[in-house]
Design a protein. Structure first.
Length: 125
């Protein structure tokens, strides 16, 4: 989980570096291969974090010694944390929807023109 998170952060940092310093998107094929892996790896990291949390919590809940309902926290700040997280995700949804609508209306223009396809001459038989 930590290695995947570090990989994703490094990938983001590399993109930002190229975008800010060179004023273009990365052109390296390895960057885009890593980007393809980033989606599934983020799901793996999410599940690994959840498993780590649940496995780490369960040793305290021992069969016939402590019930799961007794192990639940009674901290007062839990609703504030959930509300903050919900607000953050709501803002993220609005931002993604805005970006996608903007891209759908006016796709990004690239400076490079596509290269013509060169086909070898065919031999008539």
């Amino acid at each position: 989980m930590v290695a995947i998170g570090t990989f994703l952060a490094a990938l983001s940092a590399w993109y930002l570096y190229v975008r800010v310093r060179r004023r273009r998107s990365p052109e390296n094929a390895w960057f885009y291969r890593a980007l393809v892996l980033a989606g599934p790896l983020s799901v793996v990291a999410l599940i690994a974090g959840w498993v780590t949390t649940e496995v780490g919590r369960q040793p305290w809940v021992v069969y016939e010694v402590m019930r799961t309902e007794e192990a639940v926290t009674a901290a007062a700040g839990i609703p504030v944390g959930y509300a903050t997280m919900a607000l953050f995700y709501a803002c993220l949804i609005v931002a993604v929807a805005w970006i996608l609508r903007r891209l759908a209306r006016a796709p990004m223009q690239t400076d490079a023109e596509p290269e013509p396809v060169h086909r070898p001459p065919t031999v008539a038989s």
